[in-house]
Design a protein around this ligand. Sequence first.
Ligand code: HEC
Length: 113
Amino acid sequence: MFNRNHKQMKHLLWILLCSVVVAATAQTVPELYQGADLPLGEKLIADSQCDACHTRNVGGNGYAIYRPAGRVNSLGALRGQVEACNTMLNLGLFPDEVTSIAAVLNRDHYRFK
Ligand code: HEC
């Protein structure tokens, strides 16, 4: 009897945990960036040396280049800027990769809704 309840309790906790994770993910990836792959975005940012070059421009860890109150002031503008870098730097990123990078930058720096 106790064992059975215990199992059900575990099951309930698991469902609860899953809903929390789903809610958290929904919050970090806005509607406009639907389908963004955050781990892929993180990997592409590292592989493309984004931070290394930004550091040369603004010092520190390079994060100061990201200015949410500046010219890049919306989700659309952020994705557009990443696309512009993609073209300028000849990175050859696919559209879904550009979206994934923009989603990571938004989660970590811009936080647009
Ligand atoms: C060769 C150097 C270089 C590389 C590599 C580079 N950037 Fe940049 N990036 C810049 C410079 C310089 C600026 C500032 C441009 C300006 O505001 O006039 C900038 C600005 C930006 C901005 C706009 C910041 C803001 O809020 O105004 C974003 C977003 C950005 N870069 C993303 C990226 C991403 C993502 C990558 C990697 C895929 C990347 N950049 C790679 C040089 C670089």
